[in-house]
Design a protein around this ligand. Structure first.
Ligand code: NAP
Length: 301
């Protein structure tokens, strides 16, 4: 908390093509961790000391000098952590407060939902009856991936760090089985039991040893979707990992990384599909909300 400072600054005068915004929700996501150093991150650029943090946000339009937006509209965009700010209209997208709660546009109908949907469908190429394993399964992305897997008729196994989370995955989100990576002594045996037909799609949010264990269970022509590697984000040295190539060759398997913005052209259709499932009650989500601008730094903890 001592790393943050609150300060007051003049607001620049609104120019043509700009809007004045009051943020309602800002999002705290794992990619912010990568931007805390100068090392290349999957969402550049790095944060600058003494400059406001920028993250996904939902804001209300207070004043507009652009014909695409009017006072009272709600928008989403990458915004500074400021109580009031000026932004370029072209960097913003209108969101519909009548269709879903505003905060959902930062989660299930925002970056995390799109990451889950596009990563799974575009790279995972899921098929009915196949087995999907999701690591970081109780997180914002993982919980949506698993639910989409169920909607598409897959056998879905989630890996998470507490029994409470595993219960939630099964009772709230419809996962078929769960593995607690913190208490399970033999991940190999646990995966064999949870995936009797092997693994066709592995949606990897965590990397490291958990993902190494899954490699031993991938099927011929399986697809591994490298979404994130949260287990190694704090590492200061390159992690030691088993060599993946022999597994991929033996199984004619695919392993592909991606960034949600790679599929920017598919975002509008993705949001439409996610909103439809949400309205039909097929998708559920949980969120943690801290109230108050002054409490944003606490959301990191
Ligand atoms: N490629 C992209 O475009 C893109 C976009 C968004 C997010 N991501 C990545 O997707 C992943 C998930 O993001 P999210 O928004 O779902 O995050 P989140 O809601 O913060 O969830 C992250 C989950 O990771 C688990 N975790 C934390 N440390 C771990 C460790 N050392 N080993 C194993 N699991 C660990 C936590 O659960 P447990 O209690 O179960 O450990 C937590 O549920 C992250 O790696 C993020 O960087 C990628």
């Amino acid at each position: 908390m001592t790393d943050f400072e609150f300060s007051t600054a003049e607001i620049a005068e609104l120019q043509a093509g700009e809007v004045l915004l009051s943020p309602k929700y800002v999002s705290v996501d794992p990619y912010l961790r990568g931007r805390m150093s100068d090392a290349p991150s999957y969402i550049p650029p790095p944060f600058e000391i003494n400059k406001p943090i920028v993250s996904g946000a939902i804001a209300e339009v207070l004043e507009s000098k652009d014909e695409s937006f009017s006072k009272g509209d709600f928008v989403s965009g990458m915004l500074e952590w400021k109580e009031t700010q000026v932004a370029k209209a072209q960097s913003l997208m209108k969101v519909d407060a009548d269709k879903a709660p505003l905060s959902a546009y930062l989660g299930v109908l925002g970056m995390t939902g799109l990451t889950a949907y596009l990563g799974l469908t575009e790279i995972g190429k899921p098929k009915k009856g196949e087995t999907l394993v999701v690591s970081g399964a109780a997180g914002a992305v993982g919980s949506i991936v698993g639910q989409i897997g169920k909607i598409l008729g897959m056998h879905v196994v989630g890996i998470a760090g507490t029994d409470k989370k595993l219960d939630m995955l099964k009772s709230e989100f419809g996962f078929d089985a769960g593995i607690n990576y913190k208490t399970t002594k033999n991940m190999n045996e646990a995966l064999a039991k949870a995936c009797p037909n092997g693994v066709d799609v592995y949606f990897d949010n965590v990397g490291g040893e958990i993902s190494d264990a899954v490699l031993f269970h991938i099927n011929k022509f399986s697809r591994t979707v490298n979404c994130g590697s949260i287990s190694v984000y704090n590492n200061t040295e390159l992690p030691k990992s088993i060599s993946v190539q022999p597994f991929l060759v033996k199984k004619s398997a695919l392993m592909q990384g991606f960034i949600v913005f790679d599929f920017a052209d598919k975002h509008p259709d993705g949001i439409k599909q996610l909103a439809e499932w949400l309205q039909q009650g097929k998708l559920r989500y949980t969120e943690t909300v801290k109230e108050g601008f002054e409490n944003i730094p606490q959301a990191f903890f």
